[in-house]
Each structure stands twice: as structure tokens, then as C-alpha cells.
Ligand binder design. Structure first.
Ligand SMILES: Cc1cc2nc3c(=O)[nH]c(=O)nc-3n(C[C@H](O)[C@H](O)[C@H](O)COP(=O)(O)OP(=O)(O)OC[C@H]3O[C@@H](n4cnc5c(N)ncnc54)[C@H](O)[C@@H]3O)c2cc1C
Length: 391
């Protein structure tokens, strides 16, 4: 077996797998390495909500591009991603109303199907919702959620069918350079050689960057989700709901469940060792998530707790990824730090990264916004509105 490739990709989450697929389609010989197996890290445990509600043009365009892929996954990628178009609704505090309206108008100008709806119209979509505190809501009829495990495994399979060689249980332990250029990586299973290497190792992004002596400001943070079985009368699936007032999101899950997570900057404080952290859910989290859910969706007072889990966000200081050549001119690239909202962008990220690594003459998405140097330049990515932690 040859261990010489055009590109080595470190990490087979959605970013690494989708990029491997994209590069293989372009005729490059790709090795996709992962220290674990498919679907057991952030991508496979994602809430996998696919919405378009972003305030920067780049991220909004990436979300729209990616939605079209999720909608047509079997034709464009192959296999299944389990995309379920339940619709997506979001609400903000009255003080953020003007920002919400401006943001919706901006998204519409990009071709995103989104609209402001009244609290009454929201109740037609979600009759059991508490809406007394709302001025309006934003609604995206095309959005929804995917099956995260299916998506990652389908991308990895599609990459393999396009020519990628997949090496699981293969941890990269070192990155080798010669004359300032990357030449390959070391693993316990031997050396792999390539003039291009991508660090798409998610919550391990800083650790892998450090193998090349580079500090990448990515923290591995523990976040949790909880599940509640909807009571009698509430069996029907409901739209994905983002409640910026209660800093909570929830969506339907199979089996009559509702999945609940937080939209909370405080999650960045829960820094853990990505190889050793408690993957179960805390009782206190279930209580808190349940209370937030019930205050918006009172019928869930009768719901039954069915558990939850913890997984990792790879969080940067501005909650946006680093997509860049890690050391300029070296052939070592990074695409990591998606800070809790990367899943929905995966298809567009794969095109952005493949264009960047192959120096494409007309790239589809300019990665400049996500450059590493923005932190030293004190020029972080900023949401255009107060409520827009999600970008
Ligand atoms: C609970 C939860 C809910 C989320 N909800 C949403 C959502 O609703 N919508 C959304 O858009 N996003 C969401 N996200 C965020 C999204 O899931 C992530 O941004 C995305 O999955 C990151 O993908 P990745 O490929 O960068 O990382 P990962 O999926 O973590 O993949 C990185 C891979 O690198 C491998 N690796 C690490 N170090 C090495 C090494 N040394 N050698 C070899 N391999 C290595 C790891 O084993 C891992 O498989 C959520 C995340 C979580 C945890």
C-alpha cells in the first residue's frame, strides 16, 4: 500500500469528509485519517439544524449553498443525509426587533426564503407555543435538520467512492516539514507523505496546529443536549425553534422526542480535555433545559425526560472558524473551530477549502473573513446585530 498522496486530511468529521469528497472529485489522491471512527465526535453528535439565519453575507451564502446540497444530497453527494424540512422559526427580544427585520431583509436580498411572521401566524405553525412576549418571529419554510451520523458516514463513503483512502484508528502524532514545506504526517501506523495537509480536527484543532508550532485559538468545550418525549396531543413534529430570549433551541427528533440545547455564550467556559470528558448529561442541565422549554412550550410540562448527552464545540474567540493556510506558503492548511454552528455549512466549507488548497482561479467562497491573523489584528468576525452570536 502506497502512503504517498496529493493531500492528507487530518480528521474525518463533516469538514474533513466533505473536503475529501470534493478534492477526490477534482482528481486529487486523498488520504483521510481519523484517530477514532466515523460519527463519534462533534459532527456525528450534532443537533444538525440547517437554517439560513446569518448576518454576514459570506456565512449566509454558505448556508444557502449548503441547504441546496442537503436538499439534493443523494444526487449531489450520494447516500442519505436524513434532511427533514420542518421549517425553522426564531424569536428575539423586543429590543432586537429592528435588527431582526433588517437581517431578514438582508437575507431575502441574497435569495434566502425567509419572512417575518406575526405571533398569530407562528401559533398556526406551533399552536402550543407561548407567544405573548413576542412582536414577531422569523420563519424559514425550507430549513430543518439532518441526521448527523448519516450525513458524516455518507460523505465519507462518497469520498471513498470518489477515490479517497480512509484510515480510521489512525492518530496523527506529528507533522513533518522540509525546507519550510509540509511533506507529511506521522502516525503509529507509519508515515504518510503529501505536499498538502489539512488540519480539520475540530476540537483537537489547536493540538494538531501545535504539532507545527502554531498557536490556533480553539478551545474544546463541553456542551449538552437533552431529550423530552412529547405528551399526548403533541405527537406531531414541530419546526426547529431558536429562542434568543431564553437562549434555547429545540427541534423534533424521531420517536416523538424534542431535542433541546442552549444558545449560550457561557458554553465557551466549559473547556475540557477532548480525550477525557463526561459524555453523559448533567441532571442540572436537564432541569434547566426543561424549564426553558416549558416556559416557551407549556404543553411540555407533561413531557417525559428521556436523557441526553454531552459533546464538544471547537470554540474560537469570535465563534467563527479558522480557514486558512496555517503557515503561509507551507502547504499546511486549517479548517477548524466551527464553534457550534458548522454542520449546516459543511457542504460549502468543502468547496471553500478545496478551492483554497488547489489555488482555484475563481473560488466560490473567499476564506479571508476566517483568516487566522484576524485575532492578532483585532478584527474578529462580528455579527451585525446584538442577538447574532450565531453569526
Ligand atoms: C451537541 C452539538 C450540537 C450542534 N448543533 C449544531 C447545529 O444544530 N447546526 C450546526 O450547523 N452545527 C451544530 N453543531 C456544530 C457542528 O456539529 C460542528 O461545527 C461540526 O460538526 C464540526 O465538524 P468538524 O469536522 O470540524 O469536527 P469533528 O466532527 O469533531 O471532526 C474532527 C475529527 O478529527 C479527528 N481528530 C482529532 N485529532 C486527530 C488526530 N491527531 N489525528 C487524526 N484525527 C484526529 C477526531 O477524531 C474527529 O473525528 C453542534 C455541535 C454539537 C457538539
Amino acid at each position: 500500500m502506497s502512503h504517498t498522496f496529493d493531500v492528507i486530511i487530518i480528521g474525518a468529521g463533516i469538514m474533513g469528509s466533505a473536503t475529501a469528497f470534493e478534492l477526490s472529485k477534482r482528481g486529487l489522491k486523498v488520504a483521510l485519517l481519523d484517530k477514532t471512527t466515523l460519527g463519534v465526535t462533534s459532527s456525528g453528535k450534532s443537533s444538525a439544524i440547517i437554517r439560513q439565519h446569518y448576518s454576514n453575507e459570506l456565512t449566509a451564502r454558505m448556508a444557502l449553498h449548503s441547504l441546496r446540497v442537503f436538499q439534493n444530497f443523494s444526487e449531489q453527494v450520494g447516500g442519505e443525509c436524513g434532511f427533514t424540512p420542518t421549517g425553522f422559526a426564531a424569536v428575539v427580544d423586543a429590543k432586537d426587533q429592528a435588527g431582526l427585520e433588517a437581517n431578514v431583509a438582508f437575507q431575502q436580498s441574497l435569495g434566502i426564503k425567509t419572512e417575518l411572521i406575526s405571533p398569530e401566524a407562528l401559533r398556526e405553525l406551533m399552536p402550543a407555543l407561548e407567544t405573548d412576549d413576542l412582536v414577531s418571529a422569523v420563519y424559514e419554510p425550507e430549513s430543518g435538520y439532518a441526521d448527523p451520523y448519516l450525513t458524516v458516514t455518507s460523505y465519507a463513503n462518497a469520498a471513498r467512492q470518489a477515490g479517497t483512502q480512509l484510515f480510521l484508528d489512525t492518530a496523527v502524532t506529528g507533522i513533518r516539514f522540509s525546507g519550510g514545506k509540509v511533506v507529511g504526517v506521522d502516525t503509529p501506523n507509519g508515515q504518510f507523505d503529501a505536499p498538502l495537509v489539512l488540519n480539520s480536527s475540530g476540537a483537537w484543532g489547536a493540538q494538531v496546529a501545535q504539532m507545527a508550532g502554531v498557536d490556533a485559538p480553539i478551545n474544546s468545550c463541553r456542551v449538552q443536549v437533552a431529550f423530552f418525549r412529547r405528551p399526548a396531543g403533541q405527537e406531531a413534529a414541530h419546526p426547529v425553534f431558536a429562542d434568543f430570549i431564553r437562549a434555547t433551541y429545540f427541534r423534533s427528533e424521531t420517536g416523538g422526542l424534542t431535542l433541546v440545547g442552549l444558545i449560550d455564550p457561557g458554553e465557551a467556559k466549559a473547556i475540557v480535555d477532548p480525550d477525557h470528558y463526561f459524555e453523559g448529561v448533567d441532571d442540572a442541565f436537564v432541569m434547566d433545559a426543561g424549564e426553558r422549554l416549558i416556559s416557551r412550550y407549556p404543553a411540555m410540562e407533561q413531557s417525559q425526560v428521556t436523557g441526553g448527552y454531552a459533546a464538544l464545540y471547537a470554540i474560537t474567540p469570535d465563534w467563527h472558524p479558522i480557514v486558512d493556510e496555517l503557515i503561509p506558503g507551507s502547504g499546511l492548511f486549517i479548517c477548524a473551530g466551527f464553534s457550534g454552528h458548522g454542520f449546516k455549512l459543511g457542504p460549502a466549507v468543502s468547496v471553500m477549502v478545496a478551492d483554497m488548497m488547489t489555488n482555484a482561479s475563481a473560488p466560490s467562497f473567499d476564506p479571508h473573513l476566517f483568516r487566522l491573523s484576524r485575532f492578532a489584528e483585532d478584527d474578529p468576525v462580528r455579527g451585525r446585530y446584538e442577538y447574532s452570536i450565531v453569526g
